[in-house]
Write a protein that binds this ligand. Structure first.
Ligand code: GDP
Ligand code: MG
Length: 398
């Protein structure tokens, strides 16, 4: 299963623009690892420095593509529309919204930093983006709190039965959030609460819901519309506000990325997504040239459009994922001679054996040992892998 990144935010912040820009590509249809008829789900990429050049080779990716030594590894991107006040109570797209949210491994909260849309997404002036940041967190916390309350009721209903454990009942109720009893127990204790909900007041419950949300729904903020003057001012102010210093925040212009992808598709510029610059290679009107030069200036100030960076910060830094290439100790080609055709995204801390299971459950079950292809060293089942490792799995089920 590819990782899923969810784009959230109130209406008119640029979610669809970001989604379209990030999922636009001109590679062959057949190279997609998944197809979908849902227009809000698409294929985007995260960049990994390709391992093939380290072996003086050139790769032949099965999925995604490789440009300038950067491997573009597919991820799923979901435009989670429908965030409005009361979404947790089923208002707006309520249930679809929550299902989409649940399926995302990590969220990118797109915020209109220009302040030109109000809390409902209607045009205005001078809106404080901090309100949007607080509002989304509040909305998610309310949703978590409702499910936590159901878990508490479930526990209370069973209290006279022997061997009923609070953390088990809560974890069961909250299983859609991909948590477990150990994590729940740790979070309760970290909040300095007893393992007895009778002793928790309303604030304790809210704090616990928030702690569970933070632990299970990693999220970064994309400060969007940074191509506007107002957004830059808000960005300066918010990033120097001590109350917001814990935020993982990336500057972005979805609009600029979209314009570059369009120009690239027209064949008038040479642009590799995520790069800090591009080259005009075809005939452009003076108007288009002016627009492109404005975008170039913006990219120089902020190190690119920020769209790739947002996806990568979400996945690699916030969620904690590494990329590992399956390889062979005596050659990186597969049975068709394709060099490093695959690149797997796996959780940080994944072991050689976990990686074998990731490739195929049969390979995992027959795991004998692994080989680090960079130095031909044999490694054991429990050895933790590192980002950009090239690993051969030796299995009795090959
Ligand atoms: N200036 C600027 N406008 C943007 C940017 N991204 C989106 N917009 C504009 O914001 C409006 C809403 O965008 P849309 O993608 O439909 O937002 P959504 O409702 O969140 O999906 C449109 O007019 C976009 O052109 C950006 O990075 N900069
Ligand atoms: Mg939209």
């Amino acid at each position: 299963m590819p990782y899923k990144i969810g784009l959230v935010g109130k209406p008119s912040v640029g979610k669809s623009t970001f989604f379209n820009a990030a999922t636009m590509n001109d590679i062959e249809e057949g190279a997609y690892p998944f197809t979908t008829i849902d227009p809000s789900v698409g294929e985007a990429y995260v960049r990994v420095r390709c391992a093939a050049p380290d072996f003086d080779e050139k790769c032949d990716p099965n999925f995604g593509f490789c440009e300038d030594g950067k491997r573009f590894v597919p991820v799923k991107l979901v435009d989670v529309a429908g965030l409005i006040p009361g979404a947790h109570e089923g208002k707006g797209l309520g249930n679809k919204f929550l299902t989409d949210l649940n399926e995302a491994d990590v969220l990118v909260h797109i915020v209109d930093f220009s302040g030109k849309t109000d809390i409902e997404g209607e045009p205005t002036e001078g809106h404080d983006p901090r309100e949007d940041i607080d509002f989304l967190e509040e909305e998610l916390d309310m949703w978590y709190l409702e499910i936590l309350e159901k878990g508490i009721e479930r526990f209370e209903g069973k209290q006279r039965q022997p061997d009923v454990k609070l953390e088990e009942e809560l974890a069961e109720q909250m299983s859609a959030f991909k948590t477990n009893k150990n994590e729940i127990k740790q979070l309760i204790l970290r909040e300095d609460l007893e393992l007895d909900p009778d002793t928790w007041d309303e604030d304790d419950r809210k704090d616990l819901a928030r702690a569970i949300r933070k632990a299970t729904k990693p999220m970064i903020i994309a400060a969007n519309k940074m191509d506007t003057e107002e957004a830059r001012e808000n960005y300066e102010e918010i990033t120097s506000d001590p109350e917001y210093e814990d935020l993982a925040i990336v500057t972005s212009s979805a609009h600029a990325e979209k314009a570059l992808k369009n120009a690239s598709e027209q064949g008038v510029i040479d642009y590799t997504p995520g790069d800090e610059d591009f080259e005009i290679t075809g005939e452009v009107s003076s108007e288009q040239e002016e627009g492109l030069e404005e975008i170039r200036e913006f990219m120089q100030d902020y190190g690119g459009t920020g769209v790739q960076e947002a996806l990568e910060k979400a996945l690699f830094d916030e969620l904690g994922v590494i990329a590992v290439f399956p390889g062979g100790a005596d050659g990186l080609g597969d049975e068709h001679g394709n060099i490093l055709p695959d690149c797997f995204l796996v959780p940080e801390g994944a072991t050689a054996e976990d990686f074998a299971y990731e490739i195929h459950s049969d390979i995992g079950e027959g795991f004998l040992h692994a080989i680090d292809c960079r130095d031909n060293r044999q490694i054991g089942a429990s050895q933790e892998l590192e980002h950009r490792d090239v690993i051969e799995i030796v299995s009795s089920n090959q």
